[in-house]
Design a protein around this ligand. Structure first.
Ligand code: 5AD
Ligand code: SF4
Ligand code: FES
Length: 341
């Protein structure tokens, strides 16, 4: 087992069955996390990139069985911010020192291409990198957003097991999602993808396939987190993913993709109060603090127990900056593009 780790640390290559072996034992977790931490330090250094997350609409036309934003969920209080408010939140983020703004929402088609182009081009004037996380759209729109100034796009594949995908993303089409990922890549976006860890019936084989997929598609950013059952969804009674398994997936991904950007995700911190710091010490190099103001954070409820729902943007940036320093790391002052090596 330890030879596997040494091989991964030096060559950044593992076969599917080797990934499965690592995922299937907890005997060398600490060594795995330390190896991922060394590779992180060697390739992307001690800088932690902060991305300012704006959750601008919780309307969604999709019906993913795991997600609180699914359109069949009538218990959620829906909101959408107007363009002026979104731009104001972005300005506030810029003034707090953020170099990247992430615009995230459900698949809310009332945000037409024209509306989004306006918002993107206004925010671009602030001289920040812009990441979009707004789901599946046609090629022409992805192209127009890119031309308006969007630099990056997050679209998780969620699971590479087609059967599970069909089951848990009933209204969606795996091939179209793949089409979106390829379109985004071809348009020159920095591409972010990732998966949910611990969906019911998801196996270690599936998880190994996910990691191999991230590499195949040429992702620049990989966002992963444990699946956390939401009581207002069809998967309410599911068991959910574990923190340890999520960190193991993160660490193996870092070993195999040494120069990509990997966030310490909010879902990890939901399962463990030190989750993001543990992730940063197991391969991650990005954190995405919330800069949405007011009551909206509470309403953007993908899963229960979401952190920071009663905190302000100011509180979060101070909190996270202090935590990053406490583990001997520092907040990056650049835009945080992938440092390709
Ligand atoms: N638990 C954890 N993550 C979830 N997401 C959606 N629902 C859940 C849940 N119940 C994730 C999806 C989506 C991202 C924005 O949030 O992976 O891509
Ligand atoms: Fe909509 Fe995304 Fe939630 Fe699916 S995961 S219901 S697409 S917000
Ligand atoms: Fe929000 Fe710590 S990051 S309070």
């Amino acid at each position: 087992m330890k030879e596997l780790l040494t091989k991964a640390e030096i060559t950044h290559k593992l076969t599917k069955s080797e990934i499965i072996q690592l995922l299937s034992t907890d005997a060398i977790n600490e060594e795995l996390f330390k190896a991922a931490d060394r590779v992180r330090k060697q390739y992307v250094g001690d800088a932690v990139h902060l991305r300012a997350l704006i959750e601008f609409s919780n309307y969604c036309r999709q019906n993913c069985c795991y997600c609180g934003l699914r359109h069949s969920n009538e218990k959620i209080d829906r909101y959408r911010l107007d363009a002026a408010t979104i731009i104001e939140f972005a300005e506030n983020a810029k003034n707090m020192g953020y170099k990247t703004v992430v615009l995230q929402s459900g698949e809310d088609m009332s945000f037409t291409a024209d509306k989004l182009i306006f918002i993107i081009s206004e925010i671009k004037k602030l001289d920040v990198a812009i990441t979009l996380s707004i789901g599946e759209r046609p090629y022409a729109e992805y192209k127009a957003f890119r031309e308006a100034g969007a630099d990056r796009y997050l679209l998780r594949i969620e699971t590479t097991n087609r059967e599970l995908y069909k089951k848990y993303d009933p209204d969606m089409d795996y091939d179209n999602r793949m089409r979106c990922l390829k379109d985004l890549k071809s348009l020159g976006y920095e591409l972010g993808t990732g998966s949910l860890i611990g969906l019911p019936d998801q196996t270690v084989e599936d998880l190994a396939d996910d990691i191999l997929f991230f590499s195949e598609i040429g992702a620049d950013m990989i966002g992963m987190g444990p699946f956390i059952p939401n009581p207002d969804t069809p998967l309410a009674a599911a068991e959910g993913g574990t923190f340890t398994r999520a960190i193991k997936m993160l660490a193996i991904t870092r070993l195999l993709m040494p120069d990509v950007n990997i966030p310490a995700t909010t879902a990890m911190e939901t399962l463990n109060p030190e989750g993001r710091m543990i992730a940063l010490q197991s391969g991650a190099n990005v954190v995405m603090p919330n800069v949405t103001e007011g009551d909206y954070r509470k309403k953007y409820l993908l899963y229960p127990g979401k952190i920071c729902i009663n905190d302000s943007p100011f509180k979060c940036i101070n909190c996270i900056t202090a935590k990053i320093k406490s583990i001997g790391r520092y907040v990056s002052e650049d835009y945080g593009y992938r440092a390709k090596r």
